[in-house]
Write a protein that binds this ligand. Structure first.
Ligand code: IPT
Length: 991
């Protein structure tokens, strides 16, 4: 069928007014002295701009990013007197259609408020940025040329209710059009569906503009066959005067996995309205949310209308691209955070299959950040509520915003839940809004996160809230709710804050979601990074600005870059992680003897057999041994398990994995058949499960006896053979030079490294890390002993790691073994002073000559992986380059790590440097130092160090989502009191 919206302007009754307009910006409304809207006004000072657009992108005013805090003084309803504004003029030709004389001028989004004139006649004012404003301009229009003038103000009293966490931009940012209609039309209609004993009941309520005229309603199925037809009959209701009830036998139901749509045609004499209908029923029973009788899970994401180039202006293609990427990544739901999106967004969600939480344009979060002497939560929350959400003066505005949201989108089947808004606190305004919503649309559910319905001691009315929604709760808080006889479904309306390198806790929340039926899923915060594209710098590097880069007085830095995709929609590794955590099927067990693989279906509605086919491969030490395709023969229904048979051969020795990949069988409107949408990796058992290449590299290699010399001074040990000269510092307990075959490998002395460039999720932890001196710690040796033993030199140093002014963090007993072949092994026994916080990492840092630009490694790849963020990676032997290893976060931070590695080998023209360990390790390679990544605020400022930096780590601290979520869980922290680090360094060998 295709989304209706694709033909939205294909009617002779619609005059599209998007395109080139004339525009003038004024820093203050007081600069606007002339009546620019009058006919004959000389607008030679105006420039040409594209509408829709935002004037900050036309080159006027300036972008500002602020989250909670208002960009203006908290003084509702007043806004600054010097209010910036934009004057717009559009000329267009119009011919009144004979059969549709009424003309309605529509604006689908203007920030923040605006006045409209047609041919010099004032036709009205409107506000509520993300709502549609419609003006009856029938009498103001003339045949021939017409002049439309619009004055947009940057701030209005509505600004206090539009304090969403976003870049602030202004102007006419959505479509403008003129709609012609006959005198007597169906002005408003409301369709609802319910299921009754295998049949569906479609109810259409309607009211007219002008006199009621006969209306015929016909429902067509997806094959364009008429299913049922009925007339609208008079029946007075609260808001509607007419009604039709249609019975659909053997209905095909709508759900995100099978978004079956019917078409409803509403015909009156002078007009035909076409709409889509999705039949579905939403029920809450025993605190479990059912759609069409199935207890569902929202695999959701919060999405803003946002683009780095166009700002608030989002066209059909941009939306489709987002939805396509979401489908590929196994999402089934979107929250239109925190305001109604352009109308066609919901039509796309109907068509492509996404559940939607539709949110009203209402956020007064800034009232929470007022100055208070008593900053206790009790006091803050009381004052927060008092200002707006519990202030009766704001009831009309709140009701207006709720109704604008509900009325515009009430016929969209994708919408399951109405959200009253975001972060306003709670009070009488929301009690009223919820009461109205529930009585107007009892067939859908409501939620409002900021109600704090469980822990607010005041007596508010929560009865019209159907879902208990929370943002960023810890697993323990969820558990607590589940144990307290829950009376409402629990929803993670925001979770797994995806800022920068992260989130690291998707798998843990996934497990929680599937542990309880009462937990109906969650919405990751959020879909995309918000930043403003600034073109390329002199080196051709793309530049993106975030908060503070525009010289804003109030801003929230890079808190706007917290999405699963970069602003240009390049996926973050967090998106890849999401895709595999929420894979449609999971391997529950595999029996190597029988070849029986047990799978569980994690979809809500479809049979796995119809949804997927599998490919499976056996990989041993990074070698692909076999790969086959497999169709599922037996049904595996949602949330059920089923088995398939695989025949594989497992070698006796080597690290062997069975990788089962899930491919879309039929594909869907957005994703092509065959696409891989997840995989499982299963470690296979055999006689010797060790990576055989690593075993070989760890073996002592005997060569013709070579004589080794050791020269000792107060400061150094020099270990020499014909082939190499190594310089060991007795002051640091580490090597300073490694010269092999006349060539120096190191560009700087080796270091013990405990620092990583703080990730966004380390933003709180980093303060402790810095207080602990981790960012400036140094290694020293106290005592060094050495001996020659057989063909090796054994060096023993007692060492510590400490920062200026502070006690030692670590005590280390180190044993180095230098073999006559040149190989160096190290064993470090580390003991941490437990006064200190978790370590960012522990390992050796080597500065190799930068010509080492390619590498091979066996471990988790191909992209970055961490102890708690590794579900999209699998074990293999990867070949890559140092440049490719850099994950280019717009605000630089730790990146590119690989966990669970057996060995890594760096290469340059025939020479190699390698590291191998008997215990899986973590490493990363980069041209940038941790210091550089810590210091620089933007990726385009990064300067290469001139070396290839190799970090060989015992481990790194986990990633988590503490940028706006709970603390990193204990099990992912690097905070053991004692641990042992083993590594063997190899040089210049054929591998
Ligand atoms: C919360 C908001 O709802 C969301 O808009 C965004 O700001 C997000 O979290 C953080 O990125 S606000 C937060 C202060 C809990």
């Amino acid at each position: 069928m295709g989304p209706l919206v694709e033909n939205r302007y294909a009617s002779d009754r619609v005059t599209e007014l998007n395109g080139t307009w004339q525009f003038q910006y004024f820093k203050s409304i007081y600069d606007l002295e002339e009546k620019f809207y009058e006919l004959g006004y000389d607008c030679s000072k105006f420039t040409k701009v594209e509408v829709p657009g935002v004037w900050q992108n036309y080159g006027y005013d300036s972008h500002q990013y602020t989250n909670v805090r208002y960009p203006i003084p908290l003084d509702p309803p007043y806004v600054p007197q010097e209010n910036p504004c934009g004057a717009y003029i559009k000329k267009f030709v119009y011919q009144k259609p004979e059969k549709a004389p009424k003309a309605y001028l529509n604006f689908e989004g203007v920030d923040s408020c605006f006045y409209v004139w047609v041919n010099g006649t004032y036709v009205g004012y409107s506000q509520v940025s993300h709502a549609t404003s419609e003006f009856d301009v029938t009498d103001a229009l003339a045949d021939g040329e017409n002049t439309l003038a619009v004055l947009v103000l940057k701030w209005c009293d509505g600004t206090y209710l539009e304090d969403q966490d976003k870049f602030r931009m202004s102007g006419i940012f959505r479509d403008v059009y003129l709609l012609n209609r006959p005198e007597q039309v169906i002005y408003d209609y409301f369709t609802t569906t319910e299921l009754r004993e295998g049949q569906a009941v479609l109810t259409v309520k309607a009211r007219y503009q002008g006199q009621a005229v006969p209306a015929k309603l016909t429902l067509y199925d997806a094959d364009h066959k008429a299913v049922v037809s009925q007339a609208l009959n008079e029946e007075a209701g609260t808001e509607y005067t007419h009604k039709a009830v249609m019975l659909v036998k053997e209905p095909k139901l709508w759900n995100p996995e099978q978004p079956y749509l019917y078409t409803l045609v509403l015909e009156t004499e002078g007009e035909v309205i076409t709409d889509r209908i999705g039949i579905r029923e939403i029920v809450v029973k025993d605190a479990v949310l059912y759609v069409n009788g199935t207890a569902i899970k929202f695999k959701g994401v919060n999405r803003h209308d946002s683009d780095p180039v166009t700002g608030f202006v989002i066209g059909l293609e941009q939306m489709k691209k987002d939805l396509q990427m979401m489908k590929e990544s196994n999402f089934n739901a979107v929250r239109s955070s925190h305001y109604p999106n352009a109308p066609y967004f919901y039509q796309l969600c109907d068509e492509y299959g996404f559940f939607v939480i539709a949110e009203a344009d209402n956020e007064s979060h800034g009232t929470q950040s007022q100055y208070l002497k008593d900053s206790s939560w009790e006091n803050v929350s009381r004052k927060w509520n008092e200002r707006i959400s519990d202030n009766p003066d704001f009831i009309p505005a709140t009701m207006d915003r709720t109704k604008l949201c509900v009325h515009r989108e009430k016929n969209r089947p994708c919408i399951i839940i109405w959200s009253m808004g975001n972060e306003c606190g709670y009070g009488c305004t929301f009690e009223e809004a919820l009461k109205w919503t529930k009585s107007f649309d009892p067939a859908r559910l409501t939620c409002y996160e900021s109600s704090f319905y469980r822990n607010d001691r005041r007596k508010y009315d929560y009865t019209n809230i159907d879902i208990f929604s929370r943002m960023y709760p810890s697993l323990e808080e969820i558990q607590e709710y589940m144990e307290e006889k829950p009376d409402k479904p629990f929803l993670l309306i925001e979770y797994c804050h995806a800022m920068g390198n992260g989130p690291g806790d998707l798998e843990d929340y996934f497990k929680m979601v599937y542990k309880y039926d009462v937990l109906c899923g969650g919405f990751v915060w959020e879909w995309c990074d918000h930043a403003i594209y600034q073109g390329q710098d002199a080196n051709g590097k793309e530049k993106y600005f975030y908060g503070g880069d525009f010289g804003e007085e109030v801003h929230d830095g890079n808190f706007c870059m917290d999405g699963l995709v970069y602003p240009d929609r390049t996926p973050h590794t967090g998106l890849l992680e999401y895709q595999n955590v929420y894979r449609p099927a999971r391997a529950v067990s595999f029996c190597q003897n029988t070849g029986e693989l047990c799978l569980e279906n994690y979809m809500n509605y479809v049979d796995l057999k119809d949804y997927l086919y599998l490919t499976y491969e056996v990989n041993c030490d990074g070698k692909l041994l076999e790969k086959k395709q497999l169709e599922l023969k037996e049904s595996i229904l949602p949330r059920k398990k089923g088995t398939v048979q695989l025949k594989i051969c497992v070698p006796e020795c080597g690290k062997c994995y069975l990788k089962v990949s899930y491919h879309l069988k039929q594909g869907n409107a957005l994703v092509v058949p065959g696409s891989v949408i997840g995989f499982d990796e299963i470690l296979l058992e055999n006689k010797d499960e060790r990576n055989q290449q690593a075993v070989k590299l760890l073996e002592y290699r005997k060569e013709d006896a070579v004589s080794m010399q050791v020269l000792e001074t107060d400061r150094f040990l020099t270990i020499e053979t014909e082939k190499f000269t190594y310089l060991y510092s007795k002051l640091s307990g580490l090597f300073e030079q490694l010269c092999l075959n006349g060539e120096e490998l190191l560009a700087a002395p080796m270091e013990v490294n405990i620092w990583r460039a703080p990730t966004d999720n380390d933003r709180k932890m980093k303060l402790e890390w810095m207080a602990a001196g981790y960012d400036r710690s140094k290694t020293r040796a106290y005592d060094t002993k050495w001996e020659i033993s057989g063909e090796s030199v054994i060096i023993h140093s007692t060492m510590s790691v400490a920062a200026v002014a502070l006690q030692k963090v670590l005590d280390i007993e180190t044993e180095w073994k230098v073999q006559s072949t040149g190989e160096i092994s190290v064993n470090m026994q580390v003991k941490k002073d437990m006064e200190f916080p978790q370590l960012p990492r522990f390992g050796l840092r080597l500065f190799l000559k930068e010509e080492y630009e390619s590498l091979k490694f066996y471990g988790l790849g191909p992209h970055e992986s961490y102890v708690d963020k590794r579900r999209s990676c699998s074990h293999d032997l990867y070949e890559t380059t140092v440049a490719e290893q850099h994950e280019d976060y717009l605000r630089p931070q730790e990146n590119g790590s690989h966990t669970d590695c057996d060995y890594v080998m760096m290469e340059t023209e025939g020479r190699t440097f390698g590291a191998v360990s008997s215990r899986p390790f973590t490493f990363n390679v980069s041209y940038y130092t941790q210091e550089e990544l810590t210091e620089k605020a933007h990726n385009f400022e990064l300067e290469k160090s001139g070396s290839t930096i190799v970090c060989l780590d015992y481990a790194q601290n986990g990633i988590g989502s503490n940028s706006c979520g709970p603390e990193l869980r204990k099990e992912y922290r690097l905070e053991e009191e004692t641990f042992a680090f083993d590594m063997k360094l190899l040089f210049g060998k054929e591998w």
